[in-house]
Design a protein around this ligand. Structure first.
Ligand code: AMP
Ligand code: ZN
Length: 119
């Protein structure tokens, strides 16, 4: 069924607590944890507890949870005090864009200068 946990999904395992993560925030619908290979002083991943491969798939199936992810990203930026200077919320979508984990996740990046356009 859509949204059900996938046995072979790393981020479903983090949601279930069977793979450890440094969790910074949790809500009824989302979990946020520090990226294991941070690309900026603040690099937090926000994921839905339900499993969808991409941001678009989540938004089409459960738009309220897609909105929860964006609200959580903003809350993390405030908590980490990167909101004044500016921060980036990134959904890599597809292997060509660098997506390696096919459980939708927002990267929240900040705490350093962020170039535009990104690489
Ligand atoms: P993406 O390349 O957009 O799919 O992002 C996947 C992200 O997950 C990468 O930035 C990885 O560093 C991160 N990652 C992979 N395994 C873990 C883990 N066990 N805990 C936290 N972050 C992870
Ligand atoms: Zn998953």
């Amino acid at each position: 069924m859509a949204g059900e946990p996938q046995a072979d999904c790393l981020f479903c395992k983090i949601v279930a607590g069977t793979v450890p993560a440094t969790v910074v925030r949790e809500t009824e619908t989302t979990v946020a944890f520090r990226d294991i290979n941070p690309q900026a002083p603040t690099h937090v991943l926000v994921i839905p507890k339900v499993h969808y491969p991409t941001a678009v798939a989540l938004a089409e199936a459960e738009p309220a949870i897609a909105a929860d992810i964006l609200r959580e990203a903003a809350q993390i930026a405030a908590d980490e005090k990167i909101d004044d200077h500016g921060y980036r919320v990134v959904f890599n979508t597809g292997t060509g864009a660098g997506q390696t984990v096919f459980h939708v996740h927002a990267h929240v990046l900040g705490g350093r200068g962020l170039q535009w356009p990104p690489g």
